[in-house]
Ligand binder design. Structure first.
Ligand code: ATP
Ligand code: MG
Length: 243
């Protein structure tokens, strides 16, 4: 098991966002987190790499308590756990090559000659080639997401956290991204946590679903178990996705 979260609480000022989250993340699985806007999905993802700290509760990473570490003690975790930000967040002033080279340069002293094949290999994994010289403004929304994914996996992480990877994309592009998230699991054995509003993404990639509602996980289980659940809000999500 990678993560075990127990009794996680988090408030911002008066606003209690997370009110007791218990969750386990298994090695090799793709876990999808569903929930309405503002329910704390991004906050929860950020906690997994120490970008936000819980007020109470514990987070174990491979059995080690990482709930409240010093900033630099999160670095080794962030090398193994990659975070794909909501919106992709490529550097607009850098071309695709430099965007991908960035995390490589951060962790090692590689030369351009060493970096180029690594960049190309990562782009090939998201089925892109010959775009190293393009700038983010030259790319479609779907290509940007794929480049962001190529950057997220360039250091060969064991876990990728995806924050809304398909929000705002057309159905065909969404399908491509869904297939790639799945491929990260089957071909690269990457464990994934995917936050989404998109039921097509949930249906295509999830081994398990977790449904966040009013600060708690109202449901955690497989897609088949979700289909049998009589939880009203979860049902509304599942049925909404079929239309
Ligand atoms: N750093 C912060 N400071 C203050 N409030 C915050 C901070 N981060 C998140 N919040 C608040 O916590 C709540 C949950 O935010 P979060 O971004 O996790 O929602 P979300 O479920 O990801 O929503 P969406 O689906 O719209 O992305 C929101 O009310 C937000 O305003
Ligand atoms: Mg969010």
């Amino acid at each position: 098991m990678f993560y075990r979260l127990s009794g996680i609480h988090k408030a911002f000022g008066e606003k209690q966002v997370l009110k007791g989250i218990d969750l386990e993340i298994e090695k090799g699985e793709t876990l999808v987190i569903l929930g309405g806007s503002g329910t704390g999905k991004s906050v929860l993802l950020r906690m997994l790499i120490g970008l936000i700290q819980a007020d109470s509760g514990t987070i174990l990473f491979e059995g080690k308590d990482i709930t409240r570490l010093r900033e630099k003690d999160y670095y080794p975790i962030r090398k193994r756990v990659s975070y794909l930000f909501q919106g992709g967040a490529l550097f607009d002033s850098m071309n695709v090559y430099r965007n991908l080279a960035y995390p490589l340069r951060e962790h090692s002293k590689l030369t351009h000659k060493e970096i180029l094949p690594v960049v190309r290999k990562s782009l090939a994994r998201v089925e892109l080639d010959n775009i190293e010289h393009l700038f983010p403004s030259d790319l479609s929304g779907g290509m940007m997401k794929r480049v962001a994914l190529a950057r997220a996996i360039i250091n060969e992480p064991e876990i990728v956290l995806y924050d809304e990877p398909t929000t705002g994309l057309d159905p065909l592009t969404t399908k491509t991204i869904n297939r790639m998230i799945r491929k990260m699991q089957t071909e690269l054995k990457i464990t994934s946590v995917v936050v989404t509003h998109d039921m097509s993404t949930a249906n295509h990639v999830a081994d398990r679903l977790a449904f966040l509602e009013q600060g708690r996980l109202a449901f955690v289980g497989t897609l088949a178990e979700a289909a049998r659940s009589d939880h009203r809000m979860l049902r509304a999500y599942l049925e909404g996705g079929k239309t």
